[in-house]
Design a protein. Structure first.
Length: 51
């Protein structure tokens, strides 16, 4: 019984962490892209390559 309770707690913690990362990805992803030098002007140049 204690083993299944520990497994359930780990699952809940992992779900909470994944949920927190997903919720904050709207702020983290643009920051990472900007720090890598990938901005709106660079991405807009890619539209010229579209068929």
């Amino acid at each position: 019984m204690a083993r299944s309770e520990a497994g359930r707690q780990r699952l809940l913690v992992a779900g909470g962490l994944l949920g927190a990362l997903a919720a904050s990805s709207c702020c983290i992803v643009p920051l990472v892209l900007f720090s890598l030098g990938i901005g709106g002007a660079w991405i807009s140049n890619l539209t010229a390559l579209a068929p």
